[in-house]
Design a binder for this molecule. Structure first.
Ligand code: NAD
Length: 536
């Protein structure tokens, strides 16, 4: 089957690479000549584990090509996928469909033989109707079918998700189009991935309903986490207690600083606009959007409070900037709201992330970027762990503590941030807890507590010591599981994340093992633990 993909962003590139791996002949088009040029030289525009090898393999096999010339891709293609962006429209939050409609118009001008035009972008109900109208206007003679095939992949696990989807949703209005789609996805169908055929409008709505539901689940557990904090309960146990109920399920119950990323924020708002236009308000989703927006900023205030009466002039290190681990995507990341709240309060913010430093540079111009977590923590009054990269779980706490500003009575943290919270942090670092409290200044607590104890000045915190010892054991255990043992033992675990940047073979090796190595179920469990702010 010959396939053209319009838009070589996250979805277009991953879809194109995976389709070619199934054996189809795929040409990916993008208007961004720099991106295409880089791809032709084997340089990926995004960080996604395993993508570079997948692309290289299929380019070498002659099944995958990149171009800026639409005609080159569309001529002779049996199916043309539209995978361009649908960002929030400035001012009103509706999905901006100008890229989709622009692509449809350009495709129409190229169409000759019978072609299936498939919308893979996330688009509001009725977009397929308009795409079809545009195509018929531009190419009245062409035999065209317009199909909706929304994508559910998660950044950071995109290839695995594409190749092992929970379901493939296909909104087709005629049998010929359904047949072509069945043929395209046949390799997955043989693997028993369910193909769900629906009407085009239904398929379009399924994508938004899925994202809104997942955003609701995350927001629900985040509010429960606040309640847990207020009443002295443990949100991890609550999440486990409810997640074991088969009707609820354990996924997306990791409390954290609010959902972010390229999809949930814009898709929930766009769904509200559709509902408003259809006079069928979605009040639950309205609340979810409000609660989540407020939460991200509140996390910044929480850190400011922990810095004490005079935060101005203090230094905070933010570890993890991407909206979730294993991606360099910072679109709507909670780190942005937190950093801006801190900067507004006169706090100097340092940042470190294994992959998203370049993105951070443009989005947060005042952020001081550091080469590693320890450099970020040097002289800092607090350290905020925002994104749960595996490399950050295995931090050397002693080294982190030694790097931070020494405790001298000007400690930002009040006594009630005592061992209970330190225990929570250690749990988190050992990979057992989710992000309840953000955890950032909790690291500060640990770091401050450590020299106190070493110097014999602080209170003797037996419970904290036990937790620390347990954490070290757990970190080693976790490190062994993800194949990072040597790095952890040598106090260089952060190198797993940063060593050599994108191309470092050891990092890819570790990530590969973590992303479906010898024991895929274990890898899945680790990924779940890592994903306190997951999402597609
Ligand atoms: N990122 C995700 O994880 C994810 C997951 C599921 C669905 N989606 C949806 O998929 C769509 C694409 O998302 P993305 O993150 O891949 O977007 P992106 O912004 O990363 O990439 C879009 C690409 O399309 C290109 N483009 C725009 N108009 C073009 C045209 N006329 N011809 C050729 N190229 C063109 C842009 O240059 C850009 O490279 C969105 O609707 C998004 O909501 C994204």
């Amino acid at each position: 089957m010959r396939i053209a993909i319009i838009g070589t962003g996250y979805v277009g590139l991953v879809s194109g690479a995976c389709f070619s791996d199934f054996g189809h002949h795929v040409t990916c088009v993008d208007k961004d000549a720099g991106k295409i040029d880089a791809l032709e030289r084997g340089i990926m525009p995004i960080f996604e584990p395993g993508l570079d090898q997948l692309v290289a393999r299929n380019v070498a096999a002659g099944r995958l090509a990149f171009t800026v010339e639409l005609a080159e891709a569309v001529t002779g293609a049996e199916a043309v996928f539209i995978a361009v962006g649908t960002p929030s429209r400035r001012g009103d939050g509706h999905a901006d469909l100008s890229y989709v409609y622009g692509a449809a118009r350009e495709i129409g001008e190229m169409l000759r033989g019978p072609t299936i035009v498939v919308t893979k972008s996330t688009v509001p109900v009725g977009t397929g109707d308009e795409v079809e109208r545009i195509l018929r206007e531009v190419a009245p003679e062409a035999a065209i079918s317009v199909v909706s095939n929304p994508e559910f992949l998660r950044e950071g696990a995109a290839i695995e998700d594409f190749k092992h989807p929970d379901r493939i949703v296909i909104g087709a209005e005629d049998e010929r189009a359904a047949e072509v789609m069945r043929e395209i996805y046949r390799p997955l169908y043989l693997n028993k991935a369910p193909l769900l055929f629906t009407s085009r409008r239904t398929a379009e709505l399924i994508k938004y309903a899925a994202n809104a539901f997942l955003a609701t689940k995350i927001t629900f557990i985040n509010e429960i986490a606040d309640l847990c904090e207020a009443v002295g309960a443990d949100v991890q146990d609550v999440a486990r207690g409810i997640g074991l109920d088969g009707r609820i399920g354990a996924k997306f119950l990791h409390a954290g600083p609010g959902y972010g990323g390229s999809c949930f924020p814009k898709d929930t708002v766009a769904l509200l606009k559709t509902a408003e236009d259809a006079h069928a308000p979605l009040r639950i989703v309205e609340a979810v959007v409000k609660v989540n927006d407020a939460r991200k900023r509140a996390m910044g205030r929480k850190v400011i409070k922990a810095l004490g009466a005079e935060p101005r002039g203090k230094i905070v290190a933010m570890l993890g900037l991407a909206f979730k681990p294993n991606t360099d995507d910072m679109r709507d990341a909670p780190s942005l709201s937190i950093a801006r709240a801190l900067e507004d309060a006169g706090v100097a913010v340092r940042g470190y992330d294994p992959e998203s430093m370049e993105q951070a540079r443009s989005l947060l111009p005042d952020l001081i970027l550091c080469a590693d977590p320890y450099e970020a923590a040097a002289g800092a009054d607090a350290v905020v762990l925002v994104t749960e990269w595996d490399a950050l779980r295995a931090l050397d706490l002693k080294r982190l503590a030694a790097a931070m500003r020494a405790p001298d009575g000007r400690c930002a943290t009040t006594p009630d941030c005592g061992h209970r919270r330190r225990g929570a942090l250690l749990d988190r670092l050992s990979g057992r807890a989710g992000a309840i409290d953000l955890g950032g200044f909790e690291i500060g607590d640990v770091a401050r507590a450590q020299p106190e104890r070493d110097q014999g000045e602080g209170r003797h915190d037996v419970e904290g010591e036990d937790a620390r010892a347990e954490a070290v054991r757990d970190i080693r255990h976790l490190a062994r599981e993800i194949g990072a043992e040597r790095e952890a033992d040598h106090g260089r675990a952060e190198h797993v994340g940063r060593a050599g940047g994108r191309a470092h073979p050891r990092k890819h090796d570790v990530l590969k093992r973590c992303h479906g190595g010898a024991d895929p179920r274990r890898a899945e469990e680790l990924r779940d633990r890592a994903g306190d702010v997951e999402g597609s």
